[in-house]
Design a protein around this ligand. Structure first.
Ligand SMILES: Nc1ncnc2c1ncn2[C@@H]1O[C@H](COP(=O)(O)OP(=O)(O)OP(=O)(O)O)[C@@H](O)[C@H]1O
Ligand SMILES: [Mg+2]
Length: 460
């Protein structure tokens, strides 16, 4: 080791900022720097609420390498709510920066599948699931650091079990998350337990790491004033309007879920574009797994039938049923489809009487609440438009005391587009026992004229 090496390592050991900038040659963003400097000042309990893409995971990877490389008797439990977060994102980021280390440091650090070995200790990845409450338990070392990514999604029990170790004064605890939940350990760190934490907010609008185009795209996808925009872009906790049908945390969980129930029938649903620039959306699910969502614009009826026929012919499993909205443009899809062999098509109408008519105002409300139930153990496609649309759905209580989804016009106003993807997922939750396709075709929704019915205007 040269004298310069010794000098470099000495300075790096003392300062995370020096390590990041001079050793890793990184250019931390202003937001990352604020955290780095807090750590250099000796702050040891750090909680970051953040929008997407601001460099949280990257910052955590720098901290892992820094904390591990220069200390004696080191242990670094790294955790996140999904194995994807750990093994596909955090660990590869650690590896990426390890590659850049100068040989003197690099040769003393070994990156393995689930852990990183340092000269005098290790970092280990443990997925934090409620079935494994011991994920963070049992770590003792002189230099302990808990590195916790997407902390908002981590079950409370994991923190309760580890609480003793985490509160040690010399222990570094760094949590970063997209603040999806308004309860739990991470939420408390920004609220009632704030006195114990150095809290930071990384607003993606202000991050050098996030492009303006991305921000504009998110405004369009989620609606600028929506909770989803707040959480995913600004890094603010959701205000959770009291009449939202879905909690953002539940939607996020369903998108990220790695263990789900896909036993059950293959069911598809086609939400058909009713006006000019709306899209037709085809959703496919197997049991509680929604595995495909696809939108197409400007298809006429024969083209829609052709699309479905192609999908059915190329499907791994033939769908037991394909629901479609039998209003306006769609009213004759059943007949057109039947002629080409699509005998599993079933027309449904959102405005029809619910099966559980005592609870729900109409099918639309029933479908959305069934979707909510399926989502609890199911998986939704990772589709930002879908998330924005689901979150724009609010309920109200109808004159007859039943659950109803607010008018579609209101949803369109908030989103700036029609919630086609969410509607297709909801329709895909129609039960198919007790379904009488013909009766559905014939029934005219209450209060609609023949003409409105033809164009499907008020049917959702
Ligand atoms: N200071 C930086 N300089 C250059 N690139 C960076 C910097 N910080 C992060 N990046 C890069 O930006 C991308 C996003 O960073 P990262 O995954 O850390 O963000 P994140 O906040 O964890 O995102 P998400 O919300 O999706 O989890 C990565 O490719 C990462 O390597
Ligand atoms: Mg990340």
């Amino acid at each position: 080791m040269t004298r310069d090496d010794v000098k470099l390592l000495k300075a790096a050991a003392k300062s995370l900022e020096f390590f990041a900038v001079m050793v890793l040659r990184a250019k931390p963003t202003e937001q990352q720097l604020r955290v780095i400097r807090a750590i250099d000042k000796g702050k040891r309990h750090i909680s970051i609420r953040s929008g997407h893409g601001t460099g949280k995971t990257t910052l955590l990877s720098w901290i892992v390498l820094w904390w591990g490389s220069f200390r004696e008797d080191v242990k670094i439990p790294m955790t996140a709510p999904t194995s994807h977060q750990l093994y596909d994102l955090l660990l590869p980021e650690v590896r990426k920066w390890w590659e850049i280390l100068p040989d003197v440091l690099k040769s003393s650090v070994e990156i393995k599948t689930e852990r990183v070995d340092f000269p005098q200790g290790f970092a280990v990845a443990r997925t934090a699931r409620k079935e494994q409450p011991e994920a963070l338990q049992g770590f003792h070392a002189t230099n302990l650091a808990f590195v916790i990514d997407e902390a908002s999604g981590i079950p409370q029990i994991i923190f309760e079990v580890a609480e003793g170790a985490m509160t040690g004064e010399e222990t570094l605890v760094i949590m970063a998350a997209n603040p999806t939940r308004t309860e739990g350990y991470f939420y408390d760190s920004h609220h009632k337990n704030r006195w114990m934490w150095e809290c930071f907010q990384f607003n993606a609008e202000e991050s050098e790491n996030v492009s303006r185009d991305w921000i504009e795209q998110k405004k369009r996808q989620y609606g600028h004033d929506s909770d989803v925009y707040k959480v995913r872009v600004k890094g603010e906790f959701p205000s959770q309007s009291s009449n939202a049908v879905f909690a953002l945390a539940d939607v996020e969980d369903a998108v990220a879920r790695e263990v789900y129930d896909d036993s059950g029938a293959e069911v598809w649903a086609l939400d058909i574009a009713d006006y000019g620039d709306d899209r037709s959306v085809l959703v496919k699910r197997k049991g509680k797994l929604f595995y495909s969502i696809e939108a197409r614009r400007g298809l006429n009826l024969p083209e829609l039938a052709g699309w479905l026929l192609y999908e059915v012919k190329n499907a791994q499993r033939r769908p037991a049923v394909i629901f479609y909205d039998a209003i306006g443009v769609g009213s004759s899809l059943g007949a057109v489809g039947f002629d080409v062999g699509l005998d599993m098509l079933r027309g449904v109408k959102a405005s029809n009487t619910a099966t559980d008519y005592k609870t729900y105002e109409n099918k639309r409300a029933e479908w959305y609440y069934t979707l909510k139930e399926i989502m609890e153990e199911g998986k939704l496609p990772d589709d930002d438009e879908l998330v924005g649309e689901l979150m724009a759905n609010k309920y109200k209580i109808s004159n007859t005391g039943k659950l109803q989804i607010i008018d579609k016009k209101e949803i369109k106003n908030e989103l700036g587009r029609s919630p086609d993807k969410a509607d297709a997922c909801a329709m895909c939750c129609e039960s198919f026992s007790g379904l009488d396709a013909l009766a559905v075709e014939d029934e005219l929704p209450e209060g609609l004229t023949e003409e409105e019915e033809m164009y499907g205007g008020a049917a959702w």
